[in-house]
Design a protein around this ligand. Sequence first.
Ligand code: FAD
Length: 460
Amino acid sequence: MTDQQYPEMFSVEQKYGAWLDDEEREQVREVKEFVEAEMIPRRNDYEGGWHKDADRAHEAIAEAYLGLTELGVQRAPIPESAGGLGLSNQAVNAMKEEISRSDSGITTALGKIHWMAGILGQARNERLMERFIPEVTGDSPKTATILITEEHGGANIEDGTQQSRPIKVTARKEGDEYVINGQKKWGGAGGPPEVFDTVFDDHLGYFVITNMAPEKGEEGMAIFHVPPDADGLQFSEPIQKAGHAYTDRNIKYTFDDVRVPEAFRVDDPDRPMQAAHITHGAIMAGGKLASAATLLGSAHAAMEIAMDWTADRTIKGKPVRERPMFANKFGELARDIEGARTYYMTVGGMIHDREAHGALYERPLVGRAGAARSMAADVTTDAFDTAFQLMGSAGFAYEADLDKLKRDTKIVQLWLGGSQRDRLDMARAYHDHGWEAPEEFSWHYESEEAATEGEVTSDD
Ligand SMILES: Cc1cc2nc3c(=O)[nH]c(=O)nc-3n(C[C@H](O)[C@H](O)[C@H](O)COP(=O)(O)OP(=O)(O)OC[C@H]3O[C@@H](n4cnc5c(N)ncnc54)[C@H](O)[C@@H]3O)c2cc1C
């Protein structure tokens, strides 16, 4: 669709107006216009086209990332007093929804910086904020990486009932340093600093979720900043994936006696539950709300592509989309997208009212953030299926963009424990479960060999 053809219902006011003030609407509108003019026409470039040409992908991603950074997306959630735009959760997620109409991988890359800012903010770690926040409030694109998942299972670690006992990456205090050991997997953007040169000005490092004392459950958790060039930090080659081919460099990490100074501990050692709160709140719940926005941006794109194509395609002289059976499908899809958007935006508003809804890391908001993501995931699955059905073979062609958008978007419903876990978190907001981890719950490695392979069993 060309600019003029985007119908009124696609405007910022109609989509997000209920939750944004005038200034926020204007900022989201600027991002939307950039996405429509510069990014949507280049969707397939972001994975290097049909032949996955790395240079073509990196060039396109770099241009998009720079443009979005100049529009303030990177600094959007950071308070104005610290040089950011100070936007609400809803305004930032509206931007993410718009960017994901073009490429959910680029939204994900930007989200890493928002994650980092959220972690430092929730930790109230002034020292690290002074070090990192000025890096991301300017116009130069940066990246960072948050490492939670391990080889033996991400969903276990992200399962609040297991109280973080499955985390096997450990840290121990030695003098005025911490020594980190173990393996993490998947978190992107990962690799030696120079591999990011074509897109980012700098990689700000790795924020690693560890458990220093698994027997204490969540009280043993600690989060560390590890610089990309730390001795003992090893990177695997990138994992080849179905989507996000060049926008998220996902790898395996080995921490072999990685030493970091005391000052690189992100959470406050005098507040034993703080690392758990950051993980369940800023990382998991915040990440799931952003994922809901990301998914719905892709779902909306699928609807647009199908609506656009069926405007010109005729059956017996009438545009396909005007035939009642097809119009009915579009009506249903638009209803579901709007319903899922209304839900994630409402939950985004609840974050700003702690007195009424509790902290972001507490069960009500953790449950609702999961519900928002899983609802958006279901709608998105249906949106792509519907778009393919409505377009016939034309939707199956690579140039229709549906294929790439669909592959990219699948991971958004799988990560952060997956949308099955989302449902369990919502149930847990309403009632305790029999599968709650008992006090004496203990994880153990079956054998030395299993420990190295990442296998873990429970005697529960
Ligand atoms: C492109 C990409 C980007 C990623 N980015 C990051 C990142 O930035 N940082 C990071 O730390 N990780 C990242 N991940 C990892 C991702 O978050 C995990 O892979 C995900 O949480 C699921 O973990 P798993 O693959 O080990 O699945 P498993 O834990 O093995 O789970 C397998 C399946 O079982 C389900 N399941 C597991 N336990 C339960 C349960 N108790 N109840 C119901 N269902 C359950 C899961 O939902 C899943 O469907 C990324 C992965 C990809 C592919």
